[in-house]
Structure formats: structure tokens, C-alpha cells
Design a protein around this ligand. Structure first.
Ligand code: ADP
Ligand code: GLC
Length: 504
């Protein structure tokens, strides 16, 4: 039976993106559609949507959305997710979303301040209260009575609360069930208690069992408490967040909620991320032709990053939001050792000012071996995946991670810390996994620079001294199938369970 599903997210690749959430918010709906479901996507009408490449049209619909004591007009725009027939709706109101402009330091959620650090927009609570409420209003206005509303991360955390406490009485939502996906529990949307007034949710919900978290209103807690099902983006992370080390204060609540909590690993959109068809690469290749193919991409990568073009030097590549989560501090502490191993290093990312400074300094000290591109650049991200010899992802925590899945497909074995989705997707190289042919990367456990260094040393050793074995790792990494169809099937079963439908 086809399900009617609304997927709501604050970013969707092709229109606006800061990280993996955007990739998921486009790929999952496409995959659900391919499985025959009736899906729509809803996101804010960010400035980057208005200026983007994909044509968007304004609909004649204007929807009233109550925020605090005002009723705001929500303009509705519409397009289609590229490579699909999935409708995507964009929610607009005046100054809320038409502000992201990287050239002036304005992002989707944050702005650069005079000292160079980033600060959340002061009106984020209002922006995403409006967005969450508007999602439900849009469904009513366009006559889409959903079986499932699938809300993602704190920006949509109020959606399950609105459904349960306000919108349930509308006939179009009488049977709707809600799913809330936690992509990253560290970003919670914590606001002053006065924001309760903006939400117009009943004041008595502000208690420690529902919306309150240590005296604040917490949007992610709203999602966790009110959703009919919650999930995270890998099985290991769904267990980790039930511990004090990873739970960011929600471990107790999540233990209590474990009956409705599951972990579903993200997939890869192989229409976007496949070295055999990737138009962003100077040379396409597959699991047979990678030795020549990767060599051409490697030389181009060295040229683009102004490093000496040298086929013999192993390149360590990294593409990441430069924040504490991603283990940049480990990389910085192990990096002198990487130089001793004769590696070149390329970095692409943007994030915290301290990491920008450290990487810039490191580059100026070692211009022949280190090259850094600070900023967001999709084609460079693809080239790094294709042209590097090893991909660094030593995350402190990683709910799912997509880059390691991309790097496996591109034949660039990832070096990962075994946490969250990295533990669930990468098989580290040992004598045993090499023999069995299951090794797809290199993995370590302790969050220390020396553990990372030792693992890179092992990988570089294999690359130099046992190239046949290294190629074996590359081949099994490239032959992995992490396509969305499988993960979408798991989401579909979750939806069906909530609706009381037993799968055939
Ligand atoms: P996260 O969502 O935590 O940032 P993921 O591994 O799930 O981590 O996804 C990151 C996504 O963002 C990938 O698609 C990656 O290519 C992309 N990305 C991150 N930083 C940049 C950047 N500076 N330029 C281009 N793409 C980037
Ligand atoms: C978050 C996580 C990342 C995950 C992505 C998409 O940004 O940090 O691990 O892959 O969401 O689910």
C-alpha cells in the first residue's frame, strides 16, 4: 500500500546545504517515491533556494501561520526534487529565511561575528517555530492528508508536538503518525522559556517530562517526547546516545523511550556519488579501472591544491564541517607524523575559527605537503573523494556519516574512528579481514592522536609495501552497496508499523 509521507527538513541538497542532513532529505524522499509512495518535501525558502540553479515557482497559496500573538502570511513556493517527480514546497515569510549569503558571513543558522566566531541567529527560535507550524498548515492548504509526517532534527522538533497537541483535531491529521529523526543530538535548539509564548503550545507542557530541559525550552526534546517513533541514523549511534558519553543530557530520556527508538543507517545517492558517472571528475572510473582512473584524478587534485604532482606520495584527504565532532584536533596532533610518513594532505571545510587558524598555519609551514581550502565547494569535495589515497574521518562521534560511504565508493579507503555509523559501515583492515576480503578501510577506537597516527601508518605501509593488498581493500570498498533503497525500505517498515500495517 502506497503511503502518503511528508518529509520536513531545514536543508535539502540542490537547494540549501550545510551537511549530511541535506543529502538525506533529498535522497530518502526520492527512494521512498521509487518504492511507490506518495511523498512531498517541505523546507524553508532560504535565499540560496531563490538564487539557486533549480527553477522554483511561487504558488498562489498564502497560508496564515500563528506565531506568538501575530498571524503571519506564509508564501508558498514549489519545485520538484531533481531527478525525480517528488514535489518540494518552500516556506517563506519576510525576513526569516531570505538571509543566507556566505560572501557576507551569513549561513542558514548562524552568522560570522566581528571577532571571526560564529553565532546562532538570535531569532532562530522564532524562525523554526514558524517553519514547524507552517509545515502542518501547508499540508492542510494543499489538501495533502499525510499518513506520516517525518520531521528531521531540532529545526522540526516542534512538529510532533504541534501534531499531537494542536492539529490532531483537524480531519486531515486524524490518523497521521509522526517520526522524528535525530541526525545529531549535540544540536538541540535550546531556547529561553519565554519562547513558549511564541509557540502557542499549552503552557502546562513546559515541564521536565515534556518540553522543558533544565529551565529551557528544547525543540529536540519536543521531537523525542511527542513523536510516535524516533530514530537515529545508525544502529550504533542509537545505542550510544543512551549513554552519558554521547547522550548530551538526553541519555535518561532516550533509555526510557527505547521502545520507540531505532537506528537506520543512511544510504548513498549513487546518482550523485558514483565515480563511474560523476561529471565533476576529470576522469571517471569503476572497480576495474580505478588504478588508472584514480591516478588521473590524483594529479588533478594535486594541481588544484597547488601541491607537487607526484604519483608516489600518498594523499590524505579530508572534507568536513570543521567542528569539534569531526576530530580535527586529532588530525592536527598526528599531522607532523603524517609528514614524516611522506604524505601530502588536502583539507576542504569550514567551521570554527580556531580550526581555520590551525589549518592555515599548518599549510603555511608546509606548503609543499599541505593544502587547505576553507569554504564550501561541491566539485572539490568530489575531487578529494576521487583523487586522495586515504580519506580521514577520525570523528569524536558520528551519528551516521556519509563521507566514509562516498569514499568507499570512490576507492579511497576511509580511516575512521569506530563510533556511530563509522563503526557500522567500515570494516578495518586486519590480517583476518584482508584474508576474508572484507576489509574496506582502516579503523581505530581510542580517541587519541597516536591511535590515529598508528592507523594511518598501517595504511600507508600497506599502500607502499603491499600494493596488491591495498588494491584488494579498494576493490571491496568500491563494491559495497549502501544505496538508499535498502534504508528507505527500513523507513517504510517503520512507517507501516506505526500505521498498524503488516508488511507482506
Ligand atoms: P555531517 O552531516 O556531520 O557534516 P556527513 O558525512 O553526514 O557529515 O555529510 C557531510 C556532507 O557535507 C557530505 O556530503 C560532504 O561532502 C559535505 N560537505 C561537508 N563540508 C563540505 C565542504 N566544505 N564543501 C563541500 N561539501 C562539504
Ligand atoms: C548529521 C551527522 C552525520 C549524518 C548526517 C545525516 O549531520 O553529523 O553523521 O550523516 O547528519 O544523517
Amino acid at each position: 500500500m502506497a503511503l502518503r509521507v511528508i518529509v520536513a527538513a531545514s536543508e535539502v541538497v540542490g537547494f540549501a546545504k550545510t551537511g549530511g542532513l541535506a543529502d538525506v532529505a533529498a535522497a530518502l524522499p526520492r527512494a521512498l517515491r521509487k518504492r511507490g509512495n506518495d511523498v512531498i518535501v517541505v523546507m524553508p525558502y532560504h535565499r540560496s533556494v531563490r538564487l539557486g540553479k533549480v527553477p522554483v515557482v511561487q504558488t498562489s497559496t498564502v497560508i496564515p501561520v500563528v506565531v506568538g500573538d501575530r498571524t503571519l502570511a506564509c508564501k508558498l513556493f514549489r519545485s520538484t526534487l531533481p531527478n525525480s517527480d517528488v514535489p518540494i514546497y518552500f516556506i517563506d515569510h519576510g525576513g526569516y529565511f531570505d538571509r543566507d549569503d556566505p560572501s557576507c558571513g551569513f549561513g542558514l543558522y548562524q552568522q560570522s561575528m566581528p571577532g571571526g566566531y560564529k553565532a546562532d541567529y538570535p531569532d532562530n527560535a522564532e524562525r523554526f517555530t514558524f517553519f514547524s507550524r507552517a509545515i502542518l498548515e501547508v499540508a492542510s492548504a494543499i489538501g495533502f492528508a499525510p499518513d506520516i509526517i517525518h520531521a528531521n532534527d531540532w529545526q522540526c522538533g516542534l512538529v510532533p508536538a504541534y501534531l499531537s497537541e494542536v492539529y490532531r483535531e483537524r480531519p486531515e491529521f486524524a490518523h497521521t503518525r509522526s517520526v522524528f529523526t535525530i541526525h545529531n543530538i549535540a544540536y538541540q535548539g535550546m531556547f529561553d522559556r519565554n519562547v513558549m509564548r511564541l509557540t502557542n503550545l499549552p503552557g502546562w507542557l513546559f515541564n521536565h517530562k515534556q518540553l522543558e530541559f533544565h529551565g529551557h525550552l528544547n525543540f529536540m526534546k519536543a521531537g523525542i517526547v511527542f513523536a510516535d517513533a524516533i530514530n537515529t541514523v545508525s544502529p550504533t549511534y542509537s545505542r550510544e546516545i543512551q549513554t552519558a558519553e554521547y547522550g548530551c543530557g538526553f541519555e535518561g530520556l532516550l533509555q526510557q523511550s527505547r521502545g520507540k527508538l531505532s537506528g537506520i543507517m543512511n544510504g548513498v545517492d549513487y546518482d550523485e556519488w558514483n565515480p563511474e558517472t560523476d561529471h565533476l571528475l576529470p576522469q571517471k572510473y569503476n572497480s576495474e579501472t580505478f588504478p588508472q582512473g584514480k591516478a588521473i584524478n590524483k594529479a588533478e587534485l594535486q594541481r588544484r591544491f597547488r601541491l607537487p604532482v607526484d604519483a608516489t606520495k600518498p594523499i590524505l584527504g579530508m572534507v568536513a564541517r570543521l567542528v569539534g565532532q569531526k576530530g580535527v584536533d586529532l588530525v592536527m596532533s598526528a599531522a607532523p607524523g603524517f609528514l614524516d610518513l611522506g604524505c601530502q594532505m588536502v583539507f576542504l571545510g569550514e567551521g570554527d575559527r580556531e580550526y581555520h587558524q590551525q589549518l592555515n598555519e599548518f599549510q603555511s609551514k608546509h606548503p609543499q605537503h599541505v593544502s587547505v581550502h576553507l569554504g564550501y565547494d561541491e566539485s572539490l569535495a568530489h575531487l578529494i573523494e576521487a583523487g586522495s589515497d586515504l580519506f580521514l574521518m577520525p570523528s569524536r562521534y558520528e551519528p551516521s556519516g556519509l563521507n566514509q560511504l562516498y569514499s568507499m565508493k570512490y576507492g579511497t579507503p576511509p580511516v575512521v574512528r569506530a563510533t556511530g555509523g563509522l563503526a557500522d559501515s567500515v570494516v578495518g583492515t586486519t590480517q583476518e579481514t584482508l584474508l576474508k576480503g572484507t576489509a574496506t578501510g582502516f579503523s581505530f577506537v581510542a580517541y587519541t592522536g597516536s591511535a590515529l597516527y598508528e592507523t594511518v601508518k598501517q595504511a600507508v605501509g600497506l599502500y607502499r609495501d603491499r600494493p596488491k593488498d591495498f588494491q584488494k581493500v579498494i576493490r571491496s570498498a568500491m563494491l559495497q552497496d549502501w544505496s538508499w533503497i535498502r534504508s528507505a525500505g527500513e523507513y517504510e517498515r517503520l512507517y507501516q508499523r506505526l500505521l498498524g500495517i503488516t508488511s507482506p
